[in-house]
Design a binder for this molecule. Structure first.
Ligand code: UD2
Ligand code: MN
Length: 572
């Protein structure tokens, strides 16, 4: 009985369990389809949404790709289009954005510009182990130029040396630089470790680079502008040199790519390359390699400054040495700031002749700086106050209004950095790194405006550096520092920052490159105001000179045309 009863109970239990299961199942079956339908609908919707956009991108991209002309501009040769209409549009593009994007869009994005290295470079063997994060920042750049920069880096860098490419979009407004660029990277450059970061607000190139550096994780940071083309073997010598000396900051040879026809203009055997200098008005300049014995050499060469856009620096060292001045805005000044700082705080700057990268030098900036501020001037004023000690007088002589301008902002943290890193003085920099830099008010008998007794002044007539032109005569004006600033040196040169006064065959006086021991450039300044040349035994004179023509030399006589006064005279 007990057994029977127990069996009965078990049976009832089983039936109950079965019923509960059936009810739960029925409930689930009733609910499930609903839920499934909704979730699959959501997924489908997502796919449809994304597909819509991606389809659009893909169509756009294929149309774009179909217009590319195979082999156009191959090996860095000049590219031309046949259709006159395209050429007209190209001309317009050059005028509006300083780059012929009509042509850029037709040149293969992965074109090769050939091997640009000097033959001698191919004999060097580099085996770096450091990896690079290539940081490329951009604001409304031409998409095809950005993509060609990226392609050149991925194609010309051995995979094991390229940690990543970090792209920072400085809040571009051009639509195609957003989703479409990301789509391009995802589909055409997938597997290449490319980070694309969009900034919400335009911050200018200095802060954009800082953002890029923060995102980067490779051993070495290599910054490039967004319109460059790296060439074969470009990265190895940079990484190898940093591996040898982590506090050395390097620039490749920056070759010229034409903004109008995209020709890669520098020959492989070109050895007359230059390194970086600066002018007292605060601009970067190119100068000849300082030490004559170093000219034509292919090993890294000391450089007093760098152009700023293309350089390699060990990532941790970049932060240790003070990265950039994060209160600098817009464009300009950061290149001289980082150059002076590196040298003064114990590092080195070098140009690496065997690393060649092309850059499109544009005739003007195709963008404006928010607030229309003179960021170059303001940023330079910041660096002058922080790094140039007394020598900042020479910059502010050209930009007097900037010296105490409130626009400069707070520089305390940069002064603290200088103290913390125990950096050397600007005089040390001039004496040791850039001894050939001309200092207009040191070792001179007189300097400033040079005025004759008839109130006319010597004037360089805005002569461009690297050229030759008349030493003109012009009414003296208040902006003496711009074109009417000359020095009479202890060594007998009558000169400005970039030119020396030389007597021509017609006895007119010209401004030209300063040469040592050139008697036609040799003058004696007498206390009575006469400026005399002993080779011709004649005096500097403005007699018969029509403004703004060149002054000349003439037989010495007591004449107001031959009496010259410098604004400042050194009494010592
Ligand atoms: C040169 C440098 C540049 C920079 C500058 C001084 C070279 C070859 N180029 O001028 O790198 O050091 O001197 O400041 O050495 N950009 C932004 N946000 C902006 C403005 C520019 O991201 O608000 C980007 C721009 O898209 C480009 C890069 O910054 O990729 C440099 O600008 P640039 O090419 O107009 O400067 P460039 O070559 O005249
Ligand atoms: Mn540039």
């Amino acid at each position: 009985m007990f057994v029977k009863c127990r069996r009965h109970r078990v049976l009832i239990h089983k039936i109950l369990l079965f019923m509960v299961t059936v009810i739960v199942l029925m409930f689930l079956i009733r609910e499930l389809p609903e839920r499934e339908i909704t979730s699959s609908k959501q997924i489908q919707n997502n796919i449809i949404d994304e597909n819509d956009e991606n389809d659009e991108y893909e169509i756009k991209l294929r149309t774009y790709e179909s217009k590319i002309i195979p082999n156009l501009g191959h090996n860095g040769k000049e590219a031309t289009l046949k259709d006159p209409e395209d050429n007209e549009l190209g001309e317009k593009a050059l005028k509006s954005v300083a780059m012929n994007y009509v042509l850029s869009d037709r040149i293969p994005l992965n074109r090769s510009v050939g091997d640009r290295r000097n033959e001698g470079c191919k004999k060097f063997y580099y085996n770096p182990t450091l990896t690079a994060s290539v940081v490329i920042i951009f604001y409304n750049e031409i998409l095809s130029a950005i993509l060609r920069t990226i392609w050149s880096v991925t194609l010309q860098t051995p995979e094991h040396l390229l940690h990543e490419i970090v792209l920072v979009d400085d809040a571009s407004t051009a639509e195609e630089l957003k989703g479409f660029l990301q789509y391009y990277i995802d589909t055409r450059l997938s597997g290449h470790r490319i980070k694309l970061h969009h900034l919400n607000e335009r911050v200018g190139l200095i802060k954009a680079r800082l953002e890029g550096a923060k995102l980067a994780t490779g051993d070495v940071l290599i910054f490039l502008d967004a319109h460059c083309e790296a060439t074969i073997g470009w990265i190895e010598p940079l990484l190898a040199r940093i591996e040898e000396s982590r506090s050395t900051v390097l620039t490749p040879l920056i070759d010229v790519i034409s903004a109008s026809n995209f020709a890669y203009l520098s020959d492989a055997d070109y050895t007359g390359f230059q390194v970086g200098g600066f002018s007292w008005p605060g601009h970067f300049t190119w100068i000849n390699v300082q030490n004559e014995n170093d000219r034509g050499k292919l090993t890294p060469i000391k450089s007093p400054t760098m152009a700023g856009g293309l350089f390699a620096i060990e990532r941790k060292y970049f932060w240790e040495i003070g990265s950039y001045d994060d209160k600098m805005e817009g464009w300009g000044g950061e290149n001289l700031e980082i150059s002076f700082r590196i040298w003064q705080c114990g590092g080195r700057l070098e140009t690496v002749p065997c690393s060649r990268v092309g850059h499109i030098f544009r005739d003007f900036h195709p963008y404006s700086i928010p607030g229309k501020k003179d960021t170059h001037g303001i940023n330079t004023a910041r660096l002058a106050h922080v790094w140039m000690d007394d020598y900042k007088r020479l910059f502010f002589m050209y930009r007097p209004k900037l010296e105490y301008s409130p626009l400069i902002g707070d520089i305390t943290s940069r002064l603290e950095l200088r103290k913390r890193l125990k950096c050397k003085s600007f005089k040390w920099y001039l004496d040791n790194v850039f001894p050939e830099k001309f200092i207009p008010d040191e070792n001179v008998l007189g300097y400033g405006q040079v005025r004759n007794n008839l109130n006319m002044c010597l004037d360089d007539l805005s002569l461009h550096e690297g050229t030759t032109g008349p030493l003109g005569l012009y009414p003296c004006h208040a902006f003496s520092a711009t074109t009417q600033y000359f020095s009479m040196t202890y060594k007998g040169k009558l000169r400005s920052e970039n030119f020396c006064a030389e007597i021509s065959n017609t006895l007119e006086v010209q401004l030209t490159r300063c040469l040592k021991d050139e008697l036609k450039q040799s003058w004696i300044f007498f206390k009575n105001g006469t400026i005399y040349n002993s080779l011709f035994a004649k005096c500097l004179s403005s007699e018969g000179v029509e403004v703004p023509k060149a002054v000349r030399i003439d037989n010495c006589k007591d004449s107001d045309h031959q009496k010259w006064k410098f604004t400042y005279i050194n009494s010592t």
